[in-house]
Every structure is written in C-alpha cells, then in structure tokens.
Design a binder for this molecule. Structure first.
Ligand SMILES: *Cc1c(COP(=O)(O)O)cnc(C)c1O
Length: 373
C-alpha cells in the first residue's frame, strides 16, 4: 500500500463543479482585481471565524506583516514569537523592520509557553504572535492577560488552524487580529497563494485595505505604505465554495486523528495532546520518537510519506544568524526538532491507510526495542 503525506485531489474532486463554475464566472466577467468576489469571501470568512472583519491578501506572511504595520509598530520594536514555528512568522516581523524575540514551547505541546514570556519582555516589546501550530490553539487566556497587563498587541498566527476553537472561541476572534495562510496545503487552501486576516478593529481594516492596494483609499491618494498584497479575485471566487466544506473536512481530520491515537496508544511514540478545552483541526499529526530519521526512512521504504515540522528551529536558521541566538537558547524546541515526525494527515485518509501507517510505526518500534533489549 502507498500512503501519500497529503492528498489534495480527493478534496478538490468533491467541489470540482463549483470550482470550475466560479473560475468561469470570473473569466467571463474578466474583472480580476478585488471586486465583489473578494468582498463576498471576506464577509464569509469573517462570519466563519466569528470576527467582525476579514481582509483578503496575497499570502499568510503578508497578512501577519500588514497587521503589525497597521498597529504602527516602530522599527526595532520587539515581537514575541514561539521558537517552534514556520519561518514566515518571524519573517513577518523582520520584513516590517521589527525584531522577533523567541520564546520556548511547553514540552510535548509544541506551543509557546506563556510562563516564559516575562523573561523575554523588554521596554521595546510591543506585540506577541502566538502560533496555533499543527491545528492546535495556543494557550490564549494567559497570553491575553499578559498582553493586557503590558499593553501589547496580540496577533494570532492562525495559518495552521482555520476553524479551531479555544474554550469555545474560534481562532482569529481571540487576539487583536489574526493572520491566516491559504497556501494550498493548509486546512483551507487556495489554488495557488492566498491569505486572509481577521480583526474586530475597524482601523486595522482601513489601513490594511489601503496598504494591500498601493496605499490607496481613493485612487491615487497614497496616504499609506504603497504595497501590493491583494488577494486574487479568482482565488476569492474559488475559496467561497471551499470554505463551506471546511467544517466537514475538519471533522474528517478529527476522525483520522482519533484512529491514530487509538492505534498508537502504548506503542512507545509520544502522541499529540488533546486537552478538552481545545477543538483542534489537525493540520498535522505530529509524533515524537527517539530514532526519528531511521523511522522516517523505514516508513518511506514502506510507501508512506512523512515530513518534519520543523527540522531547524527558526532562531538557528542561517539567515537569522546575526540575531545572535545560539544552540542551547531554547532547549525544548531544539530537543524536539530532532524527535518530531509528521505522519500522513488529510481529510479523505481511510481507516485502512491509518491502520497501515500505524502497523508500520509499531513494527519499527518493536524491531528497535528488540535491538535495545
Ligand atoms: C504557512 C504558514 C505561514 C505562511 O503562509 P504563506 O501563505 O506561505 O505566506 C505562516 N505561519 C505559519 C505557522 C504557517 O504554517
């Protein structure tokens, strides 16, 4: 049996007719920049996220960057960011001229440790960007309390968690604003690059709408940073029918995760945590194991696709060397980076596929424990 790491085709087959007619509608009108399809997707996504407003942009990185700019951070202002995340979270701060300051994660949760924020605080700290990593919401109550106490802006990086809930609240409705990537492989993915941000703050909406469109509110009135970060109209048209499928597909992911947890209980690998106050959306199914690289090879030899999120922590990336971080600064993130393995996870994954992956993981674990005995 072959199990791919990700299968987008089954999802797209389900909505092929709506997708093609949405594309055809845009092409027949030949109005490709902003317009009613972008507005319709924005209002659908705001309602879905239980936020007042949504603004469509060209990718997740610029969603985060535009939010920080809209809150008037100054060059050199500091943004607290979990050490375990995709590099784009930190890049959003760097591109705005701000300084990412990393914070280690809680062991086995992969999420920013709110108890470690105090030590990272300086007089220049202006914002926190918690990341809802792998589909699991960050611990927002203590993060919001800390932000209120120190007058910080909270920007959720919800790129991996469209539809997840923290104590009943949708991600994207908890902080001051949230950025979502709509990269094809995300839980809600476009057919190319796209992104969206949510907020209850009208002022952020006004500024971001200007900045994404050459800084203009009126044509040729360039009162804001003149960027081009518009969401493509054709993507906005396709995303509308896709958004209507998201809750169902997230439910299917939950079922897949349930099968994994049932099968792998007691197998020796570290399983993801599932606290009851969180409604996760399982963007990824991440385990930890001592012999990660060997297990990954073994799964590959048996036709199973896997990935590592992320093999090199952001603070140790060559491009951020000048920031002066070194090995040992964030021991939990660094130790887990050698142990993490993302198993196949997608809505249409079958019970047979999950059973095959788990049997293969368990076979590897058994061989390995025999060698050690
Ligand atoms: C995908 C992702 C991004 C960036 O999204 P793009 O749309 O590729 O720019 C940012 N943060 C996290 C956590 C992501 O997973």
């Amino acid at each position: 049996m072959k199990v791919p790491f990700l299968d987008l085709i089954s999802m797209h087959q389900e909505i092929m007719d709506e997708t093609l007619s949405a594309m055809e509608r845009v092409v027949r009108q030949s109005a490709f920049i902003l317009g009613s399809d972008v507005e319709a997707f924005e209002s659908d996504f705001a309602a879905y996220s239980e936020a007042k407003y949504a603004v469509g942009v060209d990718n997740g990185l610029s969603a985060l960057q535009l939010i920080l700019l809209a809150y008037d951070l100054e060059p050199g202002d500091e943004v607290l960011i979990p050490a375990n995340t995709f590099i784009a979270t930190a890049a959003a701060a760097v591109f705005g001229g701000f300084k990412p300051v990393f914070v280690d994660v809680v062991p086995n949760t992969y999420l920013m440790d709110p108890d470690k924020m105090e030590a990272a605080l300086t007089p220049r700290t202006r914002a926190i960007m918690p990341v809802h990593l792998y589909g699991c919401p960050a611990d927002m109550d203590p993060i919001m309390a800390f932000a209120n106490k120190h007058n910080l802006v909270v920007v959720e990086d919800a790129s991996q968690a469209h539809g997840a809930r923290y104590k009943g609240k949708r991600v994207g409705s908890i902080g001051h604003a949230a950025g979502f990537s709509l990269y094809p492989g995300k839980n809600l993915g476009a057919y190319g690059d796209a992104g969206v941000l949510t907020t209850n703050d009208e002022n952020v909406v006004k500024k971001v709408k200007a900045m994404r469109n050459c800084g203009q509110i009126q044509k040729y009135d360039h009162s804001y940073h003149p960027y081009n970060h518009r969401l493509d109209t054709i993507q906005a048209a396709i995303l509308q029918p896709k958004l209507r499928k998201l809750d169902g597909w997230n439910d299917m992911r939950r079922q897949v995760a349930g099968w994994y947890i049932e099968n792998l209980q007691g197998s020796g690998v570290v399983l993801p945590q599932t606290p009851s106050h969180l409604e996760q959306v399982w963007h990824l199914f991440v385990i930890q194991t001592d012999k990660r690289d060997e297990m990954r090879n073994y799964l590959g030899e048996n036709g199973i696709g896997t990935a590592i999120h992320y093999p090199v922590p952001v603070h140790l990336s060559p491009i951020y060397k000048h920031m002066g971080y070194k090995v040992g600064d964030f021991p939990i993130t660094e130790a887990e980076a050698h142990r993490l393995l993302s198993l196949p996870m997608f809505p249409h994954m079958t019970r047979e596929q999950v059973d095959y992956v788990c049997d293969t993981v368990i076979a590897f674990e058994n061989q390995h424990s025999l060698v050690n005995a």
